[in-house]
Design a protein around this ligand. Structure first.
Ligand SMILES: Nc1ncnc2c1ncn2[C@@H]1O[C@H](COP(=O)(O)OP(=O)(O)O)[C@@H](O)[C@H]1O
Ligand SMILES: O=C(CO)[C@@H](O)[C@H](O)COP(=O)(O)O
Length: 471
């Protein structure tokens, strides 16, 4: 009898780190660990290593593992000095302080079209390039000490290899910096200079299946990638399917053979982890809006879900624009949440719960509409991320997107996708793991004679247009 071979994947995400160990042959998760990350949008990268060590403290977790890769929250600016020490805390993807810097950079290059042509995306506060401009303008002493700029997954990859190789990144995560051209696979040093007034050392962009080093225990390390690119690998996304993630962020994306160049800025023209592309729409307001409303209603998440499912599609006219953390897509960094359409009859806890879920999902349906127009037909949705385990999110999503929704049992798609990449690096062939989908939800609204996806879309777009006119 041959013993099974094991690979591991890590998701170093906004709120926590998750580690899974998978069977190389089938992809089945055989062991897992997790640990929390510090709260906040400005975090010492060293805390991610501490959390990783906590999550993997049990030596049995990684025993027998042959290869490991890291998927990580995108865009975060990790600055290193000439000795390789951290210059300051990392500014995360959801830190909005660089919003004005992004606008300046758009002007400096000659407008959004120039950025969309150059790197496939128009910068917003999230992008590393905007954070670099902020650092240069607001902390010149720290800026002067910066020798190298890397991303969260690059940092953890380098640390779990005990810094025995120079920091590396991959094409997927590099494409979220705003200074990497994924069409030619080259850094745009001129854009780094535009933002930071000088060049900095940047991590080598390793090909998808390279072994970039080894841990002190001899485990081979793959290049890793951004969390959304890893998630696409873990979800084994079929054609004409948009992947929706509801973690801290809300994300709509789909693997594509062609890069998008959306000058409106709705779609970021990112790369994936296989050598292709991953057009992606990201909001700042995913699961935490649901958590905030459940707290406001003083109910646990399970009861919040039941409440939402007891309300009719359209929440009897309540509209909740979920901009509790400002917003990135559309770019409204100073916006706040909006609750509209209240009457004496519809202002119920059930409608508030359902409207919150409808609002969060609609903000991604808005993105899916752009993906349809610019990237690919979308005939179904796959759900992942922490809030994808909410029964209400799963059952309401089809009504908001207007297409069937595919779901999984609890599943760490980013970590599993990273493990799949590790298997690729180990064997030279991308493992053919089967789809994790275990559930399918059909559109119900029309059958129930209630508000349809098109009607809901029109209602939300009207409120959004008012907010955009004001901000
Ligand atoms: N059943 C649920 N309903 C709503 N939100 C949930 C549920 N389960 C988990 N969450 C939320 O999902 C988020 C964690 O999702 P995750 O994808 O791990 O986030 P991230 O990758 O951004 O760290 C947390 O905000 C958590 O409160
Ligand atoms: O900024 C983006 C994508 O552009 C986010 O998707 C981050 O990558 C964080 O993801 P989560 O931690 O919310 O999963």
């Amino acid at each position: 009898m041959t013993s099974r071979r094991l690979v591991a994947g890590v998701d170093t995400s906004t709120q926590s780190v998750k580690v899974v160990v998978c069977d190389l042959e089938s992809g089945a998760v055989v062991r897992s660990g997790r640990a929390d990350h510090p709260v906040g949008t400005e975090v010492s990268a060293a805390a991610w290593l501490t959390a990783y060590r906590e999550a993997t403290a049990d030596p049995a977790l990684l025993a027998g593992v042959e290869a490991i890769s890291v998927g990580g929250q995108q865009h975060g600016m990790v600055t290193l000095d000439a000795e390789g020490e951290l210059v300051r805390d990392a500014l995360l993807w959801n830190d909005n302080r660089s919003a004005a810097d992004a606008l300046e950079l758009i002007d400096d290059l000659g407008g959004p079209d120039r950025w969309a042509d150059a790197v496939g995306s128009v910068p917003v506060a999230s992008f590393t390039v905007a954070k670099l401009r902020w650092l240069a303008r607001h902390e010149p002493e720290n800026a002067a000490r910066v020798d190298r700029v890397i991303l969260p997954h690059d940092y953890l990859t380098w640390e779990i290899g005990s810094r025995s190789f120079d920091p590396v990144t991959d094409r997927g995560d590099a494409s979220g910096t705003g200074y990497f051209d994924a069409a030619s696979n080259t850094y745009r040093d001129d854009l780094v200079v535009l933002a930071f007034d000088r060049t900095v050392a940047l991590p080598r962009v390793a090909p998808p299946a390279e072994i970039v080093g080894h841990t002190s225990e001899g485990i081979a390390i793959g290049p890793g990638t951004g969390d959304n690119a890893a998630s696409a690998l873990g979800m084994v996304v079929p054609d004409r399917t948009a992947l929706i993630s509801l973690g801290t962020s809300g994300v709509a994306c789909l693997p594509s053979p062609v890069q998008t160049h959306d000058a409106s800025g709705v779609i970021a023209g990112f790369a994936d982890a296989t050598g292709q592309f991953l057009p992606l729409v990201c909001t700042l307001n995913g699961a935490r809006n649901l958590v905030a409303m459940s707290k406001a209603l003083k109910v646990p998440l399970a009861e919040f879900s039941e409440l939402a499912m007891s309300a009719p599609p359209g929440s009897e006219g309540l509209v909740f624009l979920p901009y509790l953390e400002g917003e990135r897509t559309p770019p409204l960094p100073d916006a706040t949440g909006e609750l509209r359409g209240m009457t004496l009859t519809n202002l119920t806890a059930a409608n508030l719960a359902r409207a919150t879920i409808e609002g969060v999902l609609w903000s991604l349906a808005y993105g899916v509409q752009s993906l349809r127009e610019q990237a690919s037909p979308v005939e179904q949705i796959m759900l992942t991320g922490g809030a994808a385990q909410s029964a209400a999110v799963r059952s309401i999503a089809a009504d908001v997107f207007g297409v069937p929704v595919l779901t999984t049992d609890p599943y760490e798609s980013v970590a599993v996708g990273a493990a799949r990449q590790a298997g690729w690096a180990l064997t030279g062939a991308l493992p053919e793991w089967s789809s994790p989908v275990s559930g399918r939800y059909e559109v119900q609204a029309r059958a129930r004679g209630a508000v349809t996806a098109e009607e809901l879309d029109a209602r939300y777009r009207t409120v959004l247009a008012e907010v955009q006119g004001r901000c």
